[in-house]
Design a protein around this ligand. Structure first.
Ligand SMILES: Cc1ncc(COP(=O)(O)O)c(C=O)c1O
Length: 413
């Protein structure tokens, strides 16, 4: 007779040696499920709780997430501006679908991998916000456009535009493009004013390209600390593009879209004359970096959107009175920022992430006791690269795990 893994596990848990070690970190509910079993339980509506999960893992607090999606949707509706939220933050079909259901006109994506994964799941209205250079990416783009014909891509160079036009001609397609206008960051984009005007006129003559407008993303405005300083920064960055957009429209070019903006400027950019849509991303999750920029209401703490995404870790060593060691280290967090994660629901503690598989929580004046085996949740420093480290996020309401969502289009696909 074949013995299942579950039975074996249950038998091993009842061994006398283990029974004699009551302090051991054994979760109260029956854990040890395989990933397939966990996803199966959720699908079948069987109980699964946070304590059944293997840490470190990514948790999405659905109540906070839904409030964020609804708040941004309502804000854009009230401000009379479209929302094409950025999927680079979440890389998750389930989230894209919910954003679109709440009123978004489509989804911005950063890479061809994200575009392919989203198109395969039926997402339309996509804007790819990075230049797709080279034959392999352009060929994949044509596949995406066949599936989702209204997909837009950005262009800032005539040779690239010609390549896109030729590929679209060969594929017998009309490719929708936005001119990538540089707001001054020198990352990508063509300078506004005369260079953009000349470029637009050349694009209009390419029969397989349909020029629909501008993409102008001022990344350097997003995290400027203080609302008024941020407003001024974004206005300065965006004004040349807005003026050029207006000039081209006066010349009769049928431009409908000027897309840009971030979570940091969502309540700033809609006031700019000519701006037609926002591409905010991080608002669905929020992160420490955004909390630090200050909001319109509170100049010290940006709390327009709630923290919905955390990394959950387990305290794996508690042998010193001043600290706890967890199982979430560098491999569990994007460590591209100077600051580390913040603890959720625990104050008076500082977090250091300096080892691959270990994190240190300094318990200066902890607001509660921290014991071996405790689960701790961390608000992540920078959400986009953090999500990219994981295959899935566990959706929770309170202690219950109610869904498991895949993270798609990661590097390597
Ligand atoms: C081109 C582009 N658009 C929009 C965003 C979204 O910005 P945020 O996540 O700050 O809202 C980003 C983020 O890096 C971006 O690179």
């Amino acid at each position: 007779m074949k013995t299942s893994r579950r039975k074996l596990l249950q038998q091993s848990l009842s061994l006398p040696a283990l029974a004699a070690a009551p302090e051991l970190i054994l979760p109260k509910s029956p854990a040890g499920y395989t990933q397939k079993e966990r996803e199966g339980r959720v699908k079948e509506g069987k109980p699964l709780t946070k304590s059944d999960l293997i840490t470190p893992c990514l948790l999405l607090d659905l109540d906070a997430f839904e409030a964020n999606v609804n708040k941004m949707a309502a804000h854009c509706k009230a401000s009379n501006i479209s929302l094409r939220p950025h999927g680079k933050s979440h890389k998750c079909v389930e989230i894209a679908k919910r954003q679109i259901k709440a009123g978004a006109v489509g989804l911005s994506v950063a890479t061809i991998r994200e575009a392919q994964a989203m198109a395969a799941a039926g997402i339309t209205g996509m804007l790819i916000t990075s230049e797709l250079i080279g034959r392999p990416k352009i060929e994949r783009l044509m596949q995406v456009v066949r599936k989702a014909p209204d997909t837009m891509t950005v262009v800032d160079n005539l040779t690239h535009a010609q390549e896109l036009n030729d590929a679209a001609a060969a594929a017998k397609l009309k490719l929708h493009v936005l001119i990538d206008v540089d707001p001054g960051g020198k990352r990508t984009g063509i300078a506004s004013g005369a260079p953009t005007i000349a470029f637009a006129e050349k694009l209009m003559k390419m029969p397989h390209l349909k020029l629909r407008g501008f993409h102008c993303y001022s990344g350097s405005s997003a995290h400027v600390a203080g609302f008024e300083a941020r407003r001024q920064h974004s206005l300065n960055a965006m004004t040349p593009a807005l003026e050029t957009f207006a000039q081209l429209k006066q010349r009769g070019l049928p431009l409908e879209i000027l897309s840009g903006g971030s979570t940091g400027t969502y309540n700033i950019d809609p006031a700019f004359k000519g701006m037609t849509e926002l591409q905010c991303g991080s608002y669905v999750f929020m992160d420490v970096e955004y909390q630090l920029i200050g909001g319109q209401r509170d100049d010290k703490f940006y709390d327009d959107f709630a923290s919905s995404l955390t990394v959950m870790a387990t305290v794996i060593s508690r042998n010193h009175p001043d600290r706890a060691t967890t199982d979430a280290g560098i491999k569990s967090f994007a460590t591209d920022r100077k600051f580390g994660p913040n603890l959720k629901d625990l104050t008076g503690a500082r977090v250091f992430i300096s080892s691959d598989e270990h994190g240190t929580v300094m318990l200066d004046h902890p607001s509660r006791e921290v014991k071996l085996g405790d689960r701790l949740e961390f608000i992540i420093p920078h959400c986009d690269p953090n999500v990219n480290l994981y295959d899935r996020m566990y959706c929770v309401r309170g202690e219950k795990v109610v869904d498991v969502w895949r993270i798609v289009g990661r590097h390597g696909d």
